[in-house]
Design a protein around this ligand. Structure first.
Ligand code: SAH
Ligand code: AVI
Length: 328
């Protein structure tokens, strides 16, 4: 049974040992691979979630403010086109931009409106949902702590639902994972349900690279925080000062890649998994991809998963889009 607190329900579907067990598996696989890598979901401990919010306010990081401008102008149309009373958001984080959709939802469906935030981060979920419950007294608010890569079967059912996936978080999947995610999501949605998707669009590397390598070093701190997560979670001895943040634009794959580069030869001990890992000076570990999209290719991917396009909204510079997909 979900617990009710401060006006919202809280439902935790991650196993008690999620952080420990799943981090162990990911770290063992990623750090013993020929090209070392870690999945980006480990960025979002309390510090990492706060650093991400700082990133969204950086002058160089255009995605959040651009997506917000699109929602400010068109949230009413998006909610009207979906005809939904229930908004479910994947990777909801602070749910800040979501307020624009919730304003439209509560205006259009009144007492029948409900919102469910799904995220792996308990801190982010609790602070977002407490704020929303206080700010929207007529809205039913629920928090669902779950992993959207593995637990989409937990999405609440009933009524006409819109699943929102904002911020271009879909770009943090690799292509095969993204295709699997879209197919699974489609299999969970029925005739009247919709998918509302925020996607960052391909643009000049002169804009893209600074967005992931800002002058104030906030993105570097976000990236390096991953080493603190490993140190704490796996009793490891990564030295933050022995790594540097790297952001490159891969023009062929059309994605930004964030990496951590070793600034000297070193050996790292991860006591909790009994693993010793060597890094050579200059060796890089991939920590995130952030794919950028083109409308035609995105449409082909969504259609291949069984979605049909029902709306496309972009800013005047065509830097970001929010699109609505049906299932019929
Ligand atoms: N949607 C917000 C936040 C984006 S940051 C925005 O547009 O600003 C990405 C969010 O996804 C973080 O809150 C992180 O905790 C969450 N997240 C990352 N991987 C996840 C996963 N596998 N399952 C659920 N949430 C995840
Ligand atoms: C959450 N995600 C969409 C962000 C992005 O832009 O890929 C995460 C991020 N990484 C560095 N800066 C922001």
């Amino acid at each position: 049974m979900p617990a009710v607190s401060s006006g919202y329900t809280y439902d935790d579907h991650l196993p008690a040992d999620f952080s420990a067990a799943s981090l162990r598996t990911d770290a063992t696989a990623g750090l013993t691979a020929t090209r070392k890598r870690l999945p980006p979901k480990w960025f979002y401990d309390k510090v990492g979630s706060e650093l991400f919010e700082d990133i969204t306010r950086l002058p160089e990081y255009y995605p959040t403010r651009t997506e917000r401008s699109i929602l400010m102008a068109r949230a009413d149309a998006m909610i009207a086109a979906s005809g939904s009373g229930t908004l479910i958001e994947l990777g909801s984080g602070s749910s800040e931009k979501t307020r624009l959709l919730l304003d439209a939802l509560t205006d259009q469906v009144g007492e029948d409106a409900s919102y469910v935030a799904l995220d792996v981060s308990e801190d982010a979920l609790r602070s977002a949902c407490a704020g929303l419950a206080a700010g929207y007294p007529r809205l039913r608010v629920g928090a669902l702590r779950a992993d959207f890569s593995h637990q989409l079967q937990l999405l609440p059912t009933g009524g006409r639902r819109t699943v929102a996936f904002l911020g271009s978080t879909i770009g943090n999947f690799e292509p095969a994972e993204r295709a699997g995610f879209l197919r699974t999501l489609r299999s969970q949605l029925g005739g009247d349900d919709h998918f509302l998707l925020g996607t960052d669009l391909v643009k000049s590397p002169d804009v893209l690279i600074p967005a992931y390598d800002d002058a104030a070093g906030v993105t570097a701190a976000f990236n390096l925080n991953l080493l603190d997560v490993l140190n704490r979670g796996l009793d490891a001895d990564f030295d933050r000062t022995a790594f540097e943040h790297v952001a490159i634009w891969d023009a062929e794959r059309e994605w930004i890649e964030m990496r951590l580069r070793a600034t000297r030869d070193q050996r790292v001990h991860l006591a909790a998994i009994g693993l010793d890992v060597r890094f050579e000076h200059g060796e890089e570990m991939r920590t995130e991809v952030s794919a950028k999209f083109r409308r035609d290719r995105l449409t082909a991917e969504l259609e291949a998963a069984g979605f049909t396009g029902q709306g496309w909204w972009a800013d005047p510079r065509q830097w970001f889009s929010v699109s609505l997909w049906g299932t019929a």
